[in-house]
Design a protein around this ligand. Sequence first.
Ligand code: GLN
Length: 459
Amino acid sequence: MRIANKTITATRLVKDALDKAHEFKDYNIFTFLNEEGALKKAAEIDAKIAAGEKVGKLAGVPFAIKDNFLAPFGETTASAHILEGFNSPITATAVAKLLAEDAILIGRTNLDAFAHGSSTENSYFGPTLNSHDRERVAGGSSGGSAVAVALDIVEFATGTDTGGSIRQPASFNDVYGLKPTYGCISRYGVVAMASSTDCIGFFTKSLEDMDLLMSIASGKDSKDLTTLDDYYNNSEVAKAEKVGIIKDFDNDSVAPEIRAALKSKCELLKSKGYEIIELEMPALKYALAAYYIIVPAEITSNLSRYDGVRYGFRSDKSTGLNELYANTRDEGFMPENKRRIMIGNFVLSSGFYDAYFLKAAKVRTLIIKEYEEAFSKCDFLLTPVAPNPAFKLGEKANDPVAMYLEDMMSVSLNLAGVPGLAIPAGKTASGLPIGLQLVGPRRSDKDLIEFAKVLKEDK
Ligand code: GLN
């Protein structure tokens, strides 16, 4: 708007964004900065505006992409050594839609390699620091994108959420983060983690921005057959009356300050005339176990393409073909990537398929049904995003199970395909951001964004 009104130029905005990116360099947010390209694009937009030509809805707005979105701007590495040197010839549909509205790409952001993680510490390029406390993790896997928005370097950033990777870092950094309904935004051109739970979404500083981005990015894409029709731009916002809270999450495994934040939001809702109902969702306690079987199984398959021949890095130690594959994968993957490949192969192996993968698939169906039942009793659910606020760097890095437990409240949404919006919900006594998530039935993304405005007003 300020650009169209000529009170500021795109060039000024881009320069400010790049200056800030340099100022916060030691937070390790970016894996690539598009300095020349961004300034060139800004000059083009300024010239168009000066000439009175039409520009896009996001004209001149600086943004960042998580480094698992393919686009011919720098290398697409997914923060993994094995993809270093990979220059994508194609552009992810979601990124293409943003560029078509004249948003300006400032850079690529750091993540846990291949999006496997909850802290960005699994990145080949080292961790990103939390925006509110440099001794703590940014959250993950989209840590770089969350911090880029939280530190005001860019207006918005893209993320991927396979099991919480948008919502958890959003909640650790005091910004909004939306995991849309599965199939709402095209996954074409995004490095696949687990194809049945991967979702593309955004980090923003406002709900209005989230709505605008969703209206631009959502919709059917012939290059991703799992995309849904464009319901986002073709539905009326439903009126909400009842909000559910999940009894099973109100226990000692959740930090007291997070439980207090949830209670205070419930009081706010009651004072505004909404009914709060308590629900039991007993299958959710199995969500984490099911997720860490189904997702590694899909990871195993999706990561099999990295062989040292087709993409990026190739080990030079090898004498034969099999060795080339083995050495490339050994040197190129991070320990967490390898752990998931091992687990995935194990749960899919003929001797263990029935005991693990099949059982997890059945649990997934129970979880889907439990959400359907919950939404027959209430319009939305309000829950914590994670059991704790941002933890210390290194605190869980050597304990995979402790790290996986971080995801206990986020993964069930991905298994069920339902949308979740992380909203800022205050701070702890020591100043760490607290986030809550608003969960709705499939296709209720727009309703969630609207309803979140009701929750905001006590800030
Ligand atoms: N933390 C979860 C995991 O490690 C989620 C990751 C994600 O959503 N990409 O699998």
